[in-house]
Design a protein around this ligand. Structure first.
Ligand code: SF4
Length: 233
């Protein structure tokens, strides 16, 4: 398993658990606002490659942290692109950790396999745009029907989950927000995330604007009845 980095401890990324984050390199999307371009763009990844973490080193780290950590967050890049993701999750599971998977939702077959194999306890899936708006935001490798399939799979699963959307004034019109809310209607938890114009994959996005706290609160209020819970982060 290729591992581009580890964050050894976080209280913020896995709700109610102490965890570490394992970053998997590479992504099939090119979201202009991405804050991790070094884990996404092949030319930037090449520069990091010498510092990639050896899988044995990661498992030694986890063995030593069994008492301290409840969970492992697998993030990216896009982890579902890794061909050995499921065996990797099984190996983490055997050590007794809970597992959270962060995903862009473009590979429902891998999400389905992780659910079937019971190697995931929490899924955080990005819902970036309306299905029609995805291609403009993330590039041509998107399969909108796959996004819809992943949403349904996750909503119908028994694991904890959240959908999360980073909102930008220039992208997320009232009509688009309406379509996104309908796409995940009835979901357990929708996080609206404030866009921060720092270290963006596309320099163009450094000039884009986030919604103010009040505007995000108004959006949350407007869609409160569409999902079970809506929060801002
Ligand atoms: S924001 Fe996520 S899905 Fe988009 S390019 Fe970055 S890592 Fe990939």
């Amino acid at each position: 398993m290729l591992i581009s980095g580890i964050q050894p401890f976080t209280l913020l990324d896995y709700p109610n658990k102490t965890s570490c984050i394992v970053f998997v390199p590479g992504c099939n999307f090119r979201c202009g606002y991405c804050h991790n371009p070094e884990f996404v763009l092949p030319e930037r990844l090449k520069l990091l490659q010498k510092d990639f973490i050896n899988e044995d080193a990661l498992f030694n780290f986890l063995l030593q942290r069994r008492e301290l950590l409840d969970g492992v967050v697998i993030s990216g890049g896009e982890p579902t692109l890794a061909p050995d993701l499921i065996p990797f999750m099984q190996k983490i599971r055997r050590l007794g950790f809970s597992i959270k998977l962060d995903t862009n939702g473009n590979r429902p077959e891998i999400i389905s396999k992780a659910l079937e194999e019971r190697v995931v306890d929490y899924i955080a899936m990005d819902v970036k745009a309306s299905l029609e708006g995805y291609r403009d935001l993330v590039g041509p490798l998107i399969r909108p029907d796959n996004i819809q399939k992943s949403i349904e799979l996750i909503k119908n699963s028994s694991v904890h989950y959240e959908f999360r959307s980073t909102l930008l004034k220039e992208v997320h019109s009232a009509i688009m927000l309406e379509k996104m809310a309908n796409l995940i209607k009835g979901a357990r938890h929708w996080f609206l995330q404030k866009f921060r114009p720092e270290n963006t994959l596309s320099p163009l996005f450094a000039n884009y604007n986030s919604f103010s706290d009040q505007e995000l609160a108004d959006i949350a209020e407007h869609f409160r009845d569409r999902v079970n819970r809506i929060s801002i982060r």
